[in-house]
Write a protein that binds this ligand. Structure first.
Ligand SMILES: *Cc1c(COP(=O)(O)O)cnc(C)c1O
Length: 417
């Protein structure tokens, strides 16, 4: 049997579609984010990272690093097993209390990643609700889609952020049947925001439960970093909030928060919780330090938004096709997979700027883009260099400049999906 051939063919297919992915070999420099060392084919070189989801640079915060190293010295490295065997450590218990408090919920449950929390959280919840129907936003993240698939329950997809369509679907399912509405607060590829309040209104009217992924908002929005739902004062109306410790909190892990009973049920039934080793104590302690810091400190959030506004304004002034975004995500449209990769390669090799190309299937074909994520650590000089480099690359590759047209096109694309 030519087993190797199968894999060779699969990889060739990706090359043919121009979406074979290559990772840059980087070492971020703690204390100097967003600077990193790039291990290039021809030697090492310093670059500036413009696409990290460590949005606030908390991965280099002294108190977060301090908590991690101090806890490793005291408690050692690993968790020692699954929570059911011997993996529950005191830092993990403290972390869950911190998370429940962050979202104003009775309890929280930590998983090894945000991906796992969605996959096993949604599938377990839906299975525990008899006759459950899931209503899911068309642009939900793969981890939510896998959770829905794994639950095996009936699902209905509503058009992205379209409350009219959601209501239509809720009406057809009817009030009597249990329903779970699954959606995100901030969609990370377009940077647009869900109408959480209106979705909660519908949930009330049709007696549905709500499950909200706040992965791209926790730490960054709301007076204590509770996310968009906190900012919009609707956090108490969402039944289950899911988040990650790996993006703005700069660590690793995921969680859900909700009522004590719901959390206890997921804890007791979720395979993705029961059969995998717990998060190591040093990571739990670091995440707790990061959350605690961002609950009281506004400076990271303020500087973050300030940097984002400046990047958007400078890119727009340079007539680069910035896609309209309501948040800290700054997508710049290219619309072609080969050119998107070429632009990314040129930025890295010629300008020392690292921005990963975003191609299908992460985004729809024809909407390939560079996704820029400014952080509080990007200074004015870096922003100036970014805009100059992008302008050069746009010129060299003959890329389009019109931004209003492409924003409309992206909207059409979304409506159709
Ligand atoms: C990144 C991401 C996740 C997964 O979180 P991890 O902690 O990275 O596993 C879940 N949902 C969304 C919307 C994401 O972008």
């Amino acid at each position: 049997m030519p087993y190797d051939r199968f894999f060779v063919d699969a990889i060739a297919q990706l090359h043919a579609e121009q979406r074979y992915r290559v990772f840059a070999d980087l070492e971020r420099i703690a204390g100097c984010f967003p600077r990193a060392i790039w291990h290039a084919p021809n030697g090492q070189r310093e670059v500036v990272v413009w696409c990290s989801n460590d949005y606030l640079g908390m991965g280099q915060h002294p108190s977060v690093i301090g908590a991690m190293s101090e806890t490793a010295k005291r408690l050692g490295t690993g968790a020692g097993g699954t929570r059911n065997i011997s993996g529950t450590s005191h830092p993990l218990v403290e972390l869950e209390i911190e998370l429940a408090d962050l979202h104003g919920k009775e309890a929280a449950l930590v998983f090894t990643s945000g991906y796992v929390s969605n996959q096993t959280g949604i599938s377990t919840l839906a299975k525990l609700i008899p006759e459950c129907v899931i209503l899911s936003d068309a642009l939900n993240h793969n981890s939510m889609i896998e959770g829905i698939r794994q639950s095996g329950v009936e699902k209905r997809i509503f058009r992205h952020n379209d409350v009219g369509h959601l209501e239509e679907l809720l009406r057809t399912v009817g009030r009597a049947r249990p329903k779970l509405i699954v959606f995100e607060s901030l969609y990370s590829m377009d940077g647009d925001i869900a109408p959480i309040r209106r979705i909660c209104d519908l949930a009330d009217r049709y007696e549905a439960m709500t499950y909200l992924d706040e992965v791209h908002a926790v730490g960054m929005y709301g007076p204590r970093g509770g996310g968009i739902a906190e900012r919009d004062r609707v956090m108490h109306r969402v039944d289950i909030i899911e988040g990650t410790l790996a993006k703005a909190f700069g660590c690793l892990g995921g969680y859900i928060a909700g009522t004590a009973t719901l959390i206890d049920a997921v804890r007791s039934y979720a395979p993705g919780f029961i059969f995998t080793s717990a998060l190591p104590p040093p990571i739990c302690a670091a995440a707790t330090a990061s959350i605690r810091h961002l609950k009281v400190s506004q400076v990271e959030r303020q500087n973050h938004q300030d940097r984002v506004q400046r990047v958007k304004a400078e890119l727009t002034a340079a007539k680069l096709p910035v896609m309209a975004s309501d948040s800290h995500i700054v997508p710049v449209r290219i619309g072609d997979p080969a050119k998107c990769k070429a632009a990314s390669d040129m930025l890295l090799a010629e300008y020392g700027i690292y921005i990963q190309p975003i191609n299908y299937p992460t985004v729809a074909r024809g909407t390939e883009r560079l996704r820029i994520t400014p952080s509080p650590c990007h200074d004015d000089i870096m922003i100036g260099q970014l805009v100059a480099a992008l302008s050069d690359v746009w010129h060299q590759l003959g890329l389009p400049h019109e931004s209003a047209a492409c924003a409309a096109e992206i909207r059409d694309h979304r409506a159709k999906s």
